[in-house]
Write a protein that binds this ligand. Structure first.
Ligand SMILES: NC(=O)c1ccc[n+]([C@@H]2O[C@H](COP(=O)([O-])OP(=O)(O)OC[C@H]3O[C@@H](n4cnc5c(N)ncnc54)[C@H](OP(=O)(O)O)[C@@H]3O)[C@@H](O)[C@H]2O)c1
Length: 253
């Protein structure tokens, strides 16, 4: 892994990054923070055969784990949880100790965003959770499903027809979940961006062309004003680019 930007001469003695330096490259985030993490192909696809995994690399997975380990919670849309077979994080002694040294809880909970609430209380993402999964839904979700889920796991209602991500963020902060990494998917990224809650985008560009068909990293029907990104760093390994961008939080529409 090497750092292409900022140039080594401005910041560091060497542009080669070991694991510690890689973590350092993401380590200056404030305590109240929403970071989006995505991988895309060089032609802009956000999935390959319906999943993100085929686009990434071992180091992309390392960055994903690193960002999880620096967060209070992992925000994910129900579509991604279904497509990718999301499971709650386990209590890994080494990772938990590192988290606690940073003042974080032993294990980061999943935070699942859904209007339809098709997840069941017995699904692993809820039943197997060490840190209880938080469900975030809206007022027009099915009251019976809501009740059944709220009986077994924390549940937040934010917004009416769809989840209001700004209200959800405030409610999550009230539960001590302030530093969030959002792993998508594209619909959730769109709503989060439109709600003006996104502070940072970590984007891996995969050295791959996948052709037409797959969607981009933002989807949905919301109107979103173009957002100017500020490049914080550009890392490279085996042709994969790891970009870290800041967003000036736009005002919500
Ligand atoms: N390249 C990457 O890094 C990456 C990352 C993540 C996902 N993906 C890919 O993206 C695809 C899935 O895309 P997607 O857009 O369906 O993912 P998604 O955003 O995770 O899921 C959409 C679903 O999430 C819920 N949701 C999101 N925002 C909501 C809101 N504001 N209010 C209420 N519910 C909300 C709804 O769930 P309900 O239907 O339950 O109401 C909605 O149908 C998969 O192929 C996955 O592999 C790629």
């Amino acid at each position: 892994m090497r750092r292409l930007f900022p140039p080594a001469t401005e910041l560091l003695e060497s542009d080669a990054l070991d694991d510690e330096a890689l973590e350092q490259a993401y380590s200056d985030e404030p305590a109240d923070f929403v970071r989006i993490n995505f991988v895309a192909s060089a032609d802009g696809a956000s999935s390959l055969d319906g999943r993100a995994g085929g686009l990434g690399s071992a180091t992309d997975q390392q960055v994903l784990r690193l960002l999880r380990d620096r967060s209070d919670g992992i925000l994910v849309g129900a579509g991604t949880a279904r497509a990718e077979g999301y499971r709650p994080l386990r209590d890994d002694p080494v990772r938990s100790a590192a988290r606690m040294a940073r003042g974080l809880a032993r294990v980061a909970p999943m935070i699942l965003v859904s209007q339809r609430l098709s997840v069941e209380p017995s699904d692993p993402i809820i039943a197997r959770a060490v840190a209880r999964t938080v469900i975030v839904t809206c007022a027009n979700s099915d009251p019976e499903r809501r009740e059944a889920l709220a009986a077994v796991t924390p549940l937040i209602v934010a917004g009416e027809q769809t989840v209001d991500l700004a209200a959800a963020r405030t409610a999550l902060a009230g539960r001590g979940l302030r530093r969030l990494v959002c792993e998508g998917g594209p619909t959730l990224f769109g709503t989060a961006l439109a709600a003006g809650i996104v502070d940072e985008l970590c984007l891996t560009i995969s050295p791959m062309l996948t052709g037409p068909g797959a969607g981009r990293i933002i989807d949905g029907h919301l109107e979103i004003d173009p957002v100017r990104l500020r490049l914080r760093h550009l890392l490279e390994e085996d042709g994969y680019f790891f970009l870290r961008y800041s967003l000036d939080r736009p005002r919500p529409r």
